[in-house]
Design a protein around this ligand. Structure first.
Ligand code: SF4
Ligand code: SF4
Length: 585
């Protein structure tokens, strides 16, 4: 077993720990050797002398040190090392011509580094820090006999042209100004703008300024700009963020349709239903955020996603999560008048030009209800009515219940420390919320310093730690990576089981909703004009109404029980459509 020592320099604060605590506690140093030394005002660990006792890691108050015992399978040097005691990346994803290759894994474990190397933008150092340039020949030798060898030979011969859709589309308006159509015309090397804008349904916003369009529109503009460029390797980094369920399914179909024999597509995606549908092959990436990342061998998409849900990669003998995610049939919720927690009449509410209407409905005690529908169709407004944040113009809602509400838009302009915001949660929910949501390292940060994903985790912990009758969670999966989504699904299920309280979850991640929900509320109508809330329905009826609309059928995977999209016109797809069973519960 090999060992690496990583120091996250941005976390290390030698003054804050009382002057290099790690150097003072290291037993090897105490024996007179120089295992940890000071270099450039930060500590440096000599991995050859380190015994792996872990004392420095445990004593560092800022969690800046990680001593990691790597599995023996990783006996090769890393592909890239960011300096002494820096981030290690092991292996690389392999683009395959004629296929969509998906990458599934947590954030912060080297996906961007890997992409830069694939694109030829970053020259990997193969773990050597002697500043000598690594010859591409060495890289080709590293991958000898694999598909990656073929790919890097092409990179070396400058035969790869890459087009990349970045992860953070929200940054685009900060860099590019002007009308959407001018932006797209500029990059339209293939002269296919007309067809692409139609397929991505962005014709109506062509005259809008890039700074004035929504996140979902920006995402589709960025995807259009990527595919209009002439390239033979297209990389899409999180193409489903900001998109609603319908748009996600359409984007998945669109990206899949780009495959040609001489074109390779690589997709990084956290929505597993979308990923499963798009990808032919999957790499799992695992490791420790900020410390190291490992790219698994390629697997067929189905096996790759099942392996991800299992938390175990058999071929590499790696367990990267201590529990499996299983899609089990949920026990039926006791229904009936006596079990109703809250109910509402036919209601309506006008907000500017938008009108929301509801049918009659109720939430039962001890049930989790998923809410699905397009963007701008009134889901959040409905949740606000239930939470008592807004009052209906017509109709009534039983308001006698106490609601704990996590809004969709998270306000982060406060200088309050996470520790003080979560004071009560820290006192009584360390085991069930704080630890699994990995919030301890955020205690001393101000809310205004948190990233979108960090803020989301804090907001979920805050909402779920309150005593109430009903939890309302509006888009809890936004900004979270796949692993965090799976952890949060498990937390929400546990809270529902342990407290017996009811939970309402609005989300666009269908796998997440399927895993959690006992029943479904579905929204129909015309975005930004009017929305109609319907339900709650049984899962089958609710899903059927959504899927009929997008002409997609779902089946259950025999092994994991997770829902999978049927290939259009496949036998299963046709059979299910004939029977009007778009969803198999
Ligand atoms: Fe102090 Fe931790 Fe930095 Fe060592 S790594 S100097 S213990 S803050
Ligand atoms: Fe020293 Fe132990 Fe830390 Fe290694 S793990 S650097 S031996 S304290």
């Amino acid at each position: 077993m090999s060992r690496i020592a990583v120091i996250q320099k941005e976390k290390c604060n030698p003054l804050g720990c009382g002057n290099f605590l790690c150097i003072r506690v290291c037993p090897v140093n105490k024996m007179g050797k120089e295992c940890i030394v000071e270099e450039g005002k930060k500590p440096k660990i000599n991995e050859e002398l380190c015994t792996g006792c872990g004392i420095c890691q445990n004593r560092c108050p800022f969690e800046a040190i990680s001593i990691i015992n790597l599995p023996s399978e990783l006996d090769k040097p890393p592909i890239h090392l960011y300096g002494k005691n820096g981030f290690h990346l092991y292996s690389l994803p392999t683009p395959i011509f004629g296929k969509v290759v998906g990458i599934v894994g947590v954030n912060g474990i080297g996906k961007s580094t890997a992409i830069k190397i694939l694109a030829g933008v970053l020259e990997p150092n193969l773990g050597k820090l002697d500043n000598k340039e690594v010859d591409y020949k060495e890289l080709i030798d590293y991958f000898k006999g694999t598909e990656a060898q073929v790919f890097f030979e092409k990179v070396k011969n400058k035969q790869i042209k890459i087009s990349y859709k970045p992860q953070h589309v929200d940054l685009i308006p900060k860099q590019i100004k002007g009308k959407v159509k001018d932006l797209l015309k500029k990059v339209d090397e293939k002269k296919e703008m007309g067809r692409v804008v139609k397929e991505l349904e962005i014709e109506n916003i062509l005259d809008n300024d890039v700074t004035k369009i929504s996140g979902g529109e920006l995402q589709r503009v960025a995807i259009a700009a990527t595919v209009l460029k002439k390239a033979n390797l297209y990389i899409f980094d999180e193409p489903s963020s900001y998109l609603d369920i319908k748009q996600r399914l359409k984007i998945a179909q669109f990206i899949k349709s780009l495959v040609r024999d001489d074109v390779s597509i690589v997709v990084i995606e956290h929505d597993l239903i979308v990923m499963d549908y798009m990808a032919d092959l999957i790499h799992i990436m695992y490791g420790k955020e900020g410390c190291y990342g490992v790219v698994s061998q390629l697997k067929a998409a189905k096996a790759g996603i099942n392996s991800y849900l299992d938390g175990f990669i058999r071929e590499d003998n790696i367990r990267f999560r201590d529990h499996k995610i299983k899609f089990e049939v949920k026990p039926p919720v006791k229904r009936g008048k006596e079990n109703v927690l809250t109910s509402w009449d036919v209601m309506s509410k006008k907000m500017g030009k938008f009108k929301l209407e509801t049918t009659e409905g109720n939430i039962q005690r001890n049930e989790t209800v998923g809410i699905i529908g397009e963007n701008g169709i009134g889901k959040t407004s409905f949740v606000k009515l239930l939470a008592g944040v807004e009052k209906p113009d017509k109709g009534e809602i039983d308001e006698k219940i106490v609601v704990s509400y996590k809004p969709q838009q998270l306000e982060a302009d406060s200088d309050e420390l996470v520790m003080s915001v979560l004071h009560d949660a820290i006192k009584s929910h360390t085991k069930d919320l704080i630890n699994p949501l990995n919030i301890k390292s955020l205690y001393m940060k101000k809310l205004s310093q948190l990233s979108g994903g960090e803020l989301q985790r804090v907001a979920i912990a805050l909402a779920l730690s309150k005593k109430c009758d009903l939890y309302l969670l509006d888009e809890p999966s936004a900004y979270l990576d796949v692993e965090q989504r799976l952890i949060i699904s498990k937390i929400i299920r546990n809270v529902a089981e342990i407290t017996g309280r009811s939970i309402l979850v609005v989300d666009h991640d269908l796998l997440f909703i399927d895993y959690l929900s006992d029943r479904l509320i579905v929204f129909e109508g015309e975005p930004a004009v009017h929305g109609v809330e319907k339900g709650p329905f049984s899962m089958e009826d609710g899903m059927n109404s959504l899927l009929t609309d997008v002409a997609i059928t779902l089946r259950r995977d025999e092994e994991s029980g997770r829902p999978r999209i049927n290939k259009p016109s496949s036998i299963k797809d046709r059979e299910q459509k004939e029977k009007n069973k778009y969803y198999y519960g």
